[in-house]
Design a protein around this ligand. Structure first.
Ligand SMILES: CC(C)(COP(=O)(O)OP(=O)(O)OC[C@H]1O[C@@H](n2cnc3c(N)ncnc32)[C@H](O)[C@@H]1OP(=O)(O)O)[C@@H](O)C(=O)NCCC(=O)NCCS
Length: 129
């Protein structure tokens, strides 16, 4: 018998901690986030450097860590994981430029950002008879 392995990953990020790191190292944003993610974080008239931008970036950072956990690849480069935002605001997970078909959910409130990723492993795995 074979089965599909369900994989999941989650992560939380302290928004102020990420904002502080960005303030200390302005190049950090370009090393960690894609241009599309930065644009998504500013959608709806959100200002660069604002609390909302930082919260959205923190959620996307959490998504990158959650994806690393779900894939079991803790060395996956940050920019290889990209959260793209649909017109209705829903996040979509891409890895190395390709849609994953995996589900990602983001939330940010009270100074904390959270991401949860879940999806089936593409390779069928053996299961016990
Ligand atoms: C979308 C909604 C669930 C977000 O919940 P919230 O408690 O306000 O905010 P949270 O911090 O928990 O979640 C924010 C994340 O929800 C996600 N999100 C937004 N729209 C979504 C949707 N349609 N489907 C799935 N996820 C969505 C985004 O990833 C967003 O993160 P981002 O701003 O960094 O991109 C909530 O605003 C809602 O129910 N809206 C109903 C429709 C509405 O009012 N739309 C207003 C737009 S005009």
């Amino acid at each position: 018998m074979t089965g599909l392995l369900l994989r999941s990953g989650c992560d939380v990020v302290d928004v102020a901690r990420l904002a502080g790191a960005i303030a200390r190292r302005p190049g950090l944003v370009d090393r960690v986030f894609t241009a599309r993610e930065v644009a998504d974080a500013r959608r709806g008239g959100v200002s660069p450097g604002s609390a909302t931008e930082h919260a959205r970036l923190a959620a996307r950072f959490a998504a990158k860590e959650a994806t690393r956990k779900a894939l079991g690849d803790l060395r996956l480069p940050f920019t290889a994981v990209e959260v793209r935002t649909d017109p209705d605001g829903a996040p979509r997970l891409h890895v190395r430029g390709e849609p994953t078909g995996w589900s990602v959910s983001l939330s940010h409130d009270a100074g904390v950002a959270l991401a949860f990723v879940v999806g089936f492993d593409p390779a069928p795995v053996p299961t016990a008879p």
